[in-house]
Design a protein around this ligand. Structure first.
Ligand code: DQQ
Length: 540
């Protein structure tokens, strides 16, 4: 990493320059993983001629860039090719549905197909001459109709797809049906709608297995699966779990969105417009999400780039059936190097110790905390409902009983710069409550950065299991997974001094009671090859 670019990442997906946003149409096809993404070729900010850039990989770790797949060119997409999804049709034929911004600046849905199916890189795409397939229906504004999902086949073999929208003060997934994938009819009612949300961007609708971490194809509908509806609004990716009743053409969630901090999110930090796909190679569902910058527009222009993709995460239904669980795909572990392990180390009140022997600016760390004498946990005031607010008020510098304890990442030796990822444990009416926080307040001596504190509860019982944390640190991004992936918080930070070899990693306990690190494993992360135009031979 050149000194003047300390914030470029070593193993996160990003183009060599310019603006990136939503992941589009991820898929696995003929031995190769594909990722398309929203890209502005003209600069480091979002633009008015967005296109689908395209990269491919054998292993989800090393990526090479290919020619742009969809470029604005026709009346139905002349003002931008916005987000969409891939569906693999029977006979292993991938097709793209995407949103075009048409000549009148309306949002319409279009189809594109590979020019040559025998090219596993799927470099060239042909836009269907009969586009658009769908135009904004009655009652829907032309700028509230976008982001088609992967389509699925019902038991009747008819295709279904949903498009994100907002109408009558409700966010919604408008449902379309087709027998040939070309002629689409809007169904009378949306598959789901809610008055508690904003405009639905990048909806995602998919089955999850009840008793397995394995994923299934979008069309699977049987008693061993439930369904997940995700929508992106108010800067976050929210989801609900429920039952897809095909006879009613309805999704019936166990609970509706509430429009409060109780709503479930994929990630409680920076993470938006995500999309999942079924990986038939390893029978899992994988999710990608866009992680935007937290620096200023001027900083982005100076850097010449903006936006990252999260590491791809496997996603499945927790055994409680109430929430999803995420974990970085196992392939990421191939970048691990210089393992450091610590067992059974007591972290006294007010203590801190350095995890040395690794490259702290790009690292992977897994840590398990054990808490003796849980009964002494402090009582949680029942008026404390919003976890993000608790984390902000009781940040890493505020001493509690159990906690704050956790990690100080991308820290200087004198700790003037540090990003704290930590836990607090409370007792409450309903038993123990574990709070997970990501505190960016001291992350950089630089100003003009968004240093918002993030926080969420982790639905585990600390009297039954240890509290685990995994953090993937990569120069200007930290993705943290609490409770074995039950609560995820991603953050962007821009230290001034704690960069490259000046970055350090510590474990700390700022609570009055000691906690025990029963196990800690940390690794340096090697650099992945990300979007060099090297071609196939360099990544095989
Ligand atoms: N980004 C795309 C839209 C989508 C939004 C445009 C979400 O299709 O609604 O780049 O970030």
């Amino acid at each position: 990493v050149p000194a003047e670019q300390p914030y470029r990442t070593a193993y996160h997906f990003q183009p060599p320059q310019n603006w990136l946003n939503d992941p589009n149409g991820p898929m696995y096809y003929e031995g190769i993983y594909h990722l398309f993404y929203q890209y502005n070729p003209h600069g480091a900010l979002f633009g008015d001629s967005m296109l689908w850039a395209h990269s491919a990989s054998y292993d989800l770790v090393n990526w090479f860039s290919l020619d742009h797949a969809l470029i604005p060119s026709e009346p139905f997409d002349i003002n931008s090719c916005w987000s969409g999804s891939v569906t693999i049709l029977p006979g292993n034929k991938p097709v793209i549905l995407y949103t075009g911004i048409d000549a009148n600046n309306n949002q319409v849905q279009n189809l594109a197909t590979p020019k040559n199916l025998s090219d596993p890189l799927l470099i060239e795409w042909i836009k269907y001459s009969g586009n658009p397939l769908m135009t904004p229906p009655d009652g829907v504004e032309g700028d509230n109709f976008r982001d088609p999902t992967t389509a699925w086949q019902g038991p009747d073999k008819t295709w279904r797809v949903v498009v994100g929208s907002w109408s009558n003060n409700q966010g919604m997934a408008i449902l379309y049906q087709s027998d040939d994938f070309v002629h689409w009819t809007k169904y009378q009612d949306p598959l789901y709608s809610s008055i508690k949300t904003g405009m639905w961007e990048c909806p995602d609708f998919f089955p999850v297995s009840i008793n397995s971490t394995n994923g299934v194809d979008a069309s699977v509908k049987n008693p061993s699966v439930r369904h997940v509806m995700k929508a992106s609004f108010n800067s976050h990716d929210y989801y609900i779990v429920g039952t897809y009743v095909t006879e009613l053409e309805k999704f019936l969630p166990d609970t509706d969105f509430t429009g409060t901090s109780l709503d479930l999110r994929y990630d409680y930090g920076k993470f938006y417009a995500s999309k999942t796909f079924f990986d038939s190679k390893k029978n899992r569902r994988i999710m990608w999400g866009w992680v935007n910058e937290s620096d200023s527009t001027e900083d982005d222009i100076e850097k010449g780039w903006s936006g990252l993709q999260s590491v791809p995460r496997q996603i499945w239904l927790d055994k409680t059936g109430k929430q999803l669980v995420q974990w970085p795909v196992e392939e990421i572990n191939s970048l691990r190097d210089n393992q450091v392990s610590i067992y059974g180390k007591q972290l006294e009140s007010g203590s801190i110790f350095e995890v040395s022997g690794i490259t702290a600016s790009r690292a992977d760390i897994e840590i398990m905390f054990e808490l003796p004498e849980l009964e002494e946990a402090e009582f949680m005031n029942s008026s404390w409902v919003d976890p993000q607010l608790i984390c902000d008020r009781e940040d890493a510098s505020v001493t509690g009983t159990f906690g704050p304890f956790g990690l100080l990442a991308l820290a200087t030796k004198d700790l003037t710069e540090q990003t704290a990822i930590f836990f607090r444990v409370f007792t409450g009416q309903k038993g123990y409550r574990v709070l997970m926080c990501s505190d960016q307040k001291r992350s950089s001596l630089r100003n003009e950065l968004d240093k918002t504190t993030y926080g969420a509860f982790v639905e585990i019982d600390p009297s039954q299991e240890m509290i685990s944390l995994r953090s993937l640190i990569d120069h200007s991004i930290i993705e943290s997974f609490g409770g074995n992936g039950k609560t995820c918080i991603t953050t962007r930070v821009y230290p001034k001094l704690a960069v490259n070899n000046e970055a350090h990693l510590y474990a700390f306990n700022n609570g009055t009671l000691s906690v025990t690190i029963s196990r800690l494993n940390a690794w340096s992360m090697n650099k992945a090859r990300i979007n060099c135009r090297g071609g196939l031979e360099n990544t095989a």
